[in-house]
Design a protein around this ligand. Structure first.
Ligand code: NAI
Ligand code: MG
Length: 505
């Protein structure tokens, strides 16, 4: 039954282009130039499949952020960017997407080496997604508009007014992104920022800075004016906090943990910054008794094991109706046992390691706590022997709603399986979490689906699928999964200010 080999294969050699890029002495990209950081401290960059250091990046401090924000402010207020026609911004963003496409193979390889995900997934999800995100957003540069409206202002006799709104860029955006989809998450911030005429200081996660630095070269090559996009590598508590606290930053766009989201939201209130937060989740996968069980097993496995479970929308709580629970659990467990773990550049690999030693320890710690609380490990439950940061795909059953593994975001390949009896109780079970990012419902009964969907408190509800996103589809959280919507038309509410103009004529 278990097709997964006992040991982890070695990481194949990277291509010459990727190896060359990793060897470079990486600097900060500020004001259109590569500049040295103020301190000479470096952050090591690891290959999570081997635990070996493959590169290092600058450890930016508050003085570096000062410089990056000054460059972004200058570019926002003066120079060619504010004067540029929307159609010219559109052309630049489109050119950037073409450069991403032209360099897709190298970007996918770098993403795989730095994050651990397979090169295949990096290529079809991360890099293709990044390219398409910019393509979709390019079109919005020419389509943002205000409105005109009639007012009923009681002015002096004969007075008339012409009133309308202008939609203007919010200003300098501080984009702080996580390590699970490094370049794609950057594109979710940069796409709408650039389309609406903002300038940006981007801080990639300290674990995964590499593709952002390669991307900076594409920003240069595309010909964006200096200072429109600044990319600064550094830790969250230092560089990230300096962005959040800086009065020259008008808006912070954050994806990451709920814990840090709360810190950012508080800190940003000092300068009344606009904030959008896309935070954690504990998303339910709800299987109704009539569901197509073949689709459910593959779908539920993909919902939790995709990207090694390091997905904010990961389907980490499985609820299956008692009629089908045993079958679903068995199918899911055997799917888990058959997933081939390995390094990202090996084409045979189906699932890579977690991003860091810290994340591996966190996830293994959760599995242990589940065991201690009485959960039954039906599949996985341990790390294979390897210096890489792997965790076997894990299925836990016999769980209770109060267990930490059921309540807290694990952010790894660990699903908790629960049985439910009554269709009337399922919405309450699905909603029994502080989070509200996503959910999926599996059923062929149209009425049951339409009755259930409105009861689920989550920003995205998938039906008979899970984890699909699109640049046109608004994305964001209810409850402690954050606020603000990314993607689609909705995202521009967060990257623009609406100005009312009232003219006495
Ligand atoms: P994190 O929230 O600390 O890191 C995300 C980003 O925030 C990184 O760029 C980091 O440098 C930055 N950051 C950290 N502290 C900051 C601060 N005080 N001010 C400004 N920026 C700051 O996430 P971490 O520690 O890497 O992972 C911990 C847990 O967070 C994971 O186990 C997972 O549960 C959750 N997480 C959720 C993500 C999501 O997509 N919703 C992504 C990454 C982590
Ligand atoms: Mg953290």
């Amino acid at each position: 039954m278990n097709a997964s080999p006992a040991s982890i294969a070695p990481q194949p050699e990277p291509s010459a282009a990727a190896a060359r890029f990793l060897k470079r002495t990486h600097k900060l990209f500020i004001g259109g130039e590569w500049v040295d950081s103020k301190s000479s401290k470096r952050i090591p960059v690891m290959d999570p499949a081997t635990g070996r250091e493959i590169s290092s990046v600058a450890d930016a401090n508050a003085a570096d952020i000062e410089r990056a924000v000054a460059a972004a402010r200058q570019a926002f207020e003066k120079g060619p960017w504010p004067e540029m026609l929307p159609v010219q911004r559109e052309a630049l963003i489109w050119k950037l997407s073409d450069l991403i496409e032209r360099n897709a193979d190298e970007l996918a390889e770098l993403e795989s080496l730095n994050n651990g995900k397979t090169k295949f997934i990096a290529s079809v999800v991360d890099i293709a997604g990044t390219r398409d995100y910019f393509r979709y957003m390019a079109g919005w540069a020419t389509k943002l508009e205000g409105s005109t409206f009639k007012t009923s202002i009681h002015g002096p006799p004969g007075a008339k007014f012409h009133t309308f709104t202008l939609r203007e860029p919010v200003g300098v955006v501080g984009a702080i992104v996580p390590w699970n989809f490094p370049l794609a998450m950057a594109s979710w911030k940069l796409g709408p920022a650039l389309a609406s005429g903002c300038t940006v200081v981007l801080k990639p996660a300290e674990q995964t800075p590499i593709t952002a630095l390669r991307f900076a070269e594409l920003i240069q090559e595309a010909g964006f004016p200096p200072g429109v996009v600044n990319i600064v590598t550094g830790y969250g508590e230092t560089a990230g906090a300096a962005i959040v606290n800086h009065p020259g930053v008008d808006k912070v766009a954050f994806t990451g943990s709920t814990e840090v989201g709360k810190i950012i939201n508080k800190a940003a209130s000092d300068t009344v910054k606009r904030v959008s937060l896309e935070l954690g989740g504990k998303s339910p996968v709800v299987v109704l008794p009539d569901a197509d069980l073949n689709a459910v097993v593959g779908g539920a496995a993909n919902a939790i094991f995709f990207n090694s479970g390091q997905v904010c929308t990961a389907g980490s709580r499985l609820f299956a109706h008692k009629k089908v629970f045993d079958q679903v659990l068995e199918g899911l467990s055997s799917a888990a046992q058959n997933i081939r773990l390995g390094p990202g550049l090996d084409p045979k690999t189906e699932m890579g390691p977690l991003v860091s030693k810290e994340q591996q320890e966190r996830v293994l710690g959760y599995i242990d706590s589940g065991r201690k609380d009485g959960a039954k490990v039906v599949a996985g439950g341990e790390a294979p022997s390897s210096p890489g940061y792997f965790v076997k795909p894990t299925v836990l059953a016999n769980v209770r709603p109060d267990m930490r593994v059921v309540r807290e975001e694990i952010f790894g390949p660990v699903v908790v399986a629960q049985r439910f009896e009554d269709l009337d109780e399922i919405a309450a079970l699905a909603n029994d979490t502080p989070y509200g990012l996503a959910a999926s419902v599996w059923s062929r009964d149209v009425s049951a689906v339409h009755r259930l969907v409105p009861k689920i408190r989550a920003g995205t509800v998938w039906v008979n699928c899970h984890n699909f996103v699109d640049p046109a589809m608004p994305f964001g959280g209810f409850k402690q999964s954050g606020f603000g919507r990314e993607s689609g038309r909705a995202v521009f509410e967060m990257y623009t200010e609406l100005k009312s103009v009232c003219i006495a004529i």
